[in-house]
Structure formats: C-alpha cells, structure tokens
Write a protein that binds this ligand. Structure first.
Ligand SMILES: Cc1ncc(COP(=O)(O)OP(=O)(O)O)c(N)n1
Ligand SMILES: Cc1nc(C(=O)O)sc1CCOP(=O)(O)O
Ligand SMILES: [Mg+2]
Length: 223
C-alpha cells in the first residue's frame, strides 16, 4: 500500500496565469502571493510545450518548497509526476479521476472540477481528494466553462459530498464571505492575485475575509 497524502490547507488557492503578469516577474507574483497567505498553488499552463511545462513546474516547486506550500499541476498527470508536485488538478475533459489515481497512487492529491451534483458524487466515488466547484460566478479569465453554478449550486454540492470544496470563478474579497457561507472550504483565485499590482496585499485581504467569514459561520453554528 502506498503512502497517503498529508492534509492540505485549501484556504487560499492560487491558480496561475502568466498572461496576467503584465511585464512583471511571474515568480515574484507567486512569491508575493504566498508571503501574503496563499496556502496552495496550481501551475496552469495552457500554451507551453511539455518540456517547458516540466521545467517551469520544477522551478515553481523549488520556490514553493521554501515556504512549504504544495504545488498542484493543472491538466497533466505526467508533468505532476515528473516535477515531484504534490498533486494534479483535472477537469471534466482531462484524464478521468480513477485513471489518474491508479497512476499517482494515494501519495499525491487529485483534484477534480465539478459543476453539478452528479459530477461531484462521481468524482468522490472515483477517489478525488478535493473538488473545484466551477465556475461559481462567471469570469472573463476563463469563458469556455459551463454556466455559473452560483451560491445555490455550491450549496447543493456541499450537501451531496464530504470532500473539501474549493470555489473558483469570479472570487474576490468582496464575495468571499458569501462563498464560505455557502459551504466552500477554500477559495481559488486567478485574477484577484495574478492581476493585482500588489499580490501580497491581495492575498492578505482575501485571507482576512476568509478568516472572518469562517469565524462568523462558527459563531452562527454555536448560537
Ligand atoms: C481549483 C480548480 N478548479 C477548477 C479548475 C478548472 O479546471 P478545468 O475545467 O480542467 O479547466 P482548465 O483550468 O484546465 O482550463 C481549475 N483549474 N482549478
Ligand atoms: C481556471 C478557472 N477554471 C474555471 C472553471 O470554471 O472551471 S474558472 C477559472 C478562472 C478563474 O479566474 P478568476 O479567479 O480570475 O475569476
Ligand atoms: Mg483542465
């Protein structure tokens, strides 16, 4: 039997997009985000040749290692294994979760994008570690998505599965509390950090909004 992946903090999940770096260093943006409180990073590269994808993933894994923040690779199980990432994130058109699990074993994280209860239940049955509920709100960052599930869709998925849920799509500090209240365990963002001139401040602000929302949820449960 393989090792089991260690617990992961899904609180603030940065999904990268180097197209939003606007002349700044991509690595500096990630570093600032992590120093501001990002707990998990996904390398999302849609246009790199696989050789460059692996090189970039190794560099990012080394950077994140300084902060003990895990790296997830988007789309590619082979790249995740090659760079020694903590895991892989798969959408509904990527490798299916059960096959990915057979390849990576229990020692790495497998995340799956879901947009409805049926997909969520299936991914849980296939051994996913967490679900990316997507998109919660429509977003210009990625437009080839199913319709936004909204807070109602997120609540329905929360009721149907036990896995950690990460909300993605249009997440900002302003709506963070609503999304946490609807049942998200963590928030995944691209533009809110990658496109912000001050990524450290952006991450800190998001982290504070999440902490406050969680405290309110806890108080409401007790009261
Ligand atoms: C945390 C998280 N959730 C959802 C996605 C979207 O994955 P996918 O549907 O495969 O789309 P691409 O990101 O590959 O364009 C994600 N990447 N991360
Ligand atoms: C990478 C990604 N996946 C999505 C999905 O719905 O599957 S939405 C998205 C981008 C989210 O960007 P932003 O935080 O800038 O709204
Ligand atoms: Mg994908």
């Amino acid at each position: 039997m393989g090792t089991v992946s260690p617990p992961v903090d899904y609180t603030l999940y940065l999904v990268t997009d180097r197209g939003l770096a606007a002349g700044r260093s991509f690595e500096d943006i990630v570093r600032e985000g992590v120093e501001g409180g990002v707990t998990l990073v996904q390398l999302r590269e849609k246009d790199l040749a696989v050789r460059d994808f692996v090189a970039c993933a190794v560099a990012l894994r080394n950077l994140l290692g300084e902060y003990r923040v895990p790296l997830i690779v988007n789309d590619r199980v082979d790249v995740a294994l090659a760079c020694g990432a903590a895991g892989v994130h798969l959408g509904q058109d990527d490798m299916d979760c059960a096959s990915a699990r057979r390849i990576v074993g229990r020692g790495r994280i497998v995340g799956v994008s879901v947009s409805c209860v049926e997909e969520a239940v299936k991914a849980e049955a296939q051994g996913a570690d967490y679900l990316g509920v997507s998109p919660v709100f429509s977003t210009p960052t990625k437009t080839d998505t199913p319709p936004a599930v909204g807070l109602e869709g997120l609540r329905a998925i929360r009721m149907a599965v036990r896995l950690p849920l990460v909300a993605i799509g249009g997440i900002k500090a302003e709506n963070a509390a609503d999304v946490i209240r609807a049942g998200a365990d963590g928030l995944a963002v691209v533009s809110a950090i990658m496109a912000c001139p001050e990524p450290r401040v952006a991450a800190r602000t998001l982290k504070a909004a999440i902490a406050e929302a969680r405290a309110r949820v806890r108080t409401a449960r007790i009261g």
